[in-house]
Design a protein around this ligand. Structure first.
Ligand code: SF4
Length: 349
């Protein structure tokens, strides 16, 4: 861990204002002075700042790159800088570390977890495997490095069906941790020997079939964009497949695809089924379109723990460093690489 010399900087002043609370680091506004200091410190540290699409607007604006988790992990691996500051949740920073083991990976607040990733531990998965010897394990990317290391093939929502179809039909499949994505894969493949772990993301609890059908009725001309890579939207993906929203108005899109569709759409209104942070970029891309969240409570408290104060602290003190032990990393890398080779993996959450 490298602690920078603060004496010739504004940083002492700013650092003294940082407040640590259970909800995250606060006390600093994401203003121009802060942004200039963040950029200066990043340069001193030879760091590049990556921000997930669901980050706060100030964090997205100050980052060197904004994107989804897999795209950012690939940028991290190719970056010339030797330090990666990953503004996202912990499993994403771990994935960047797995794909770039030689780099220093920092997350501004290591408490930024993921309720979906937390819904299965390595011990849970090992016990499940013991009950089904010979089964093939498929895990969604929203999992810890330790779970990925016990996994045969990782998947995203975009290639979950292709991944399951690539497995010998006579072998049992254990699918974790997302129950909606697992149910979607079972429905699409018609596979009886696919067992699904009962995990879910807390954010999507508010997106249900009645709500989606009600939205379709009250917005008869609106399109529905579903981002399949987010745990918070997998229930919408499942329900759209069940006909809760007219199929011809549903678009299943990656974040990049959403931005392209937003620029090209003739619809005056678009309902967006994903974490609300995505609305910031969509409204910037197409200011004439009325973008509304399917569920305006779909805000991930973990993503929002990466505050201006947390990012400043991270760059000042070189914390919190994300490490994955070499053996876990090597095994996890294998399951991630298999995912990248099958179908269209998309960009991760
Ligand atoms: S939105 Fe859900 S799946 Fe995505 S990081 Fe937050 S808790 Fe995890």
């Amino acid at each position: 861990m490298t602690v920078l010399n603060r004496t010739d900087t504004l940083a002492d002043d700013l650092a003294a204002r940082i407040i640590d609370s259970p909800a995250g680091y606060t006390g600093i506004d994401g203003d121009e002075q802060w942004a200039a200091e963040v950029r200066r410190l990043a340069q001193l540290r030879n760091a590049t700042i990556l921000a997930h699409n669901y980050q706060l607007p100030a964090i997205q604006d100050v980052a060197n790159h904004v994107g989804d988790s897999l795209a950012l992990s690939r940028i991290a691996a190719d970056a010339s800088e030797d330090t990666i500051v990953f503004c996202g949740v912990h499993f994403m920073a771990e994935t960047a570390k797995i794909l770039s083991p030689q780099k220093t990976v920092l997350i501004p607040d290591q408490r930024a977890g993921c309720s979906l990733a937390d819904s299965i531990t390595a011990e849970d998965l090992q016990a499940w495997k013991d009950e089904h010897p010979g089964a093939v394990v498929v895990s969604y990317v929203n999992t810890s490095a330790a779970v990925k290391a016990l996994t045969d093939i990782c998947c995203t929502s975009s290639n979950a069906v292709d991944v399951v179809n690539s497995i010998d039909p006579d072998r049992e499949v254990l699918f974790c941790p997302d129950q909606f994505l697992g149910a979607h894969a079972r429905r699409m493949t018609g596979r009886e020997n696919l067992h699904v772990w009962a995990g879910e993301c807390h954010v999507h609890a508010g997106i249900n079939g009645d709500e989606l059908a009600g939205q379709a009725r009250s917005h008869p001309d609106a399109e529905l964009y579903v981002h399949p890579e987010c745990g918070c939207a997998t229930s919408a993906l499942y329900l759209a497949g069940e006909g809760a929203f007219p199929q011809e108005r549903v678009k299943i899109l990656s974040t990049g695809g959403m931005l392209d569709a937003a620029r090209a759409t003739h619809a005056r209104q678009v309902l967006v089924a994903t974490e609300v942070g995505m609305l910031y970029q969509l409204r910037r891309a197409a200011p004439g379109v009325d973008f509304q969240a399917v569920n305006d409570r779909a805000s991930c408290k973990y993503m929002k723990m990466i505050t201006p104060a947390a990012l400043l602290r991270c760059l000042l003190d070189g914390v919190d460093e994300v490490d994955v032990d070499p053996e876990t990393s090597q095994r996890a890398r294998r399951s991630v690489q298999r995912m990248i080779e099958i179908g269209q993996p998309g960009g991760g959450e």
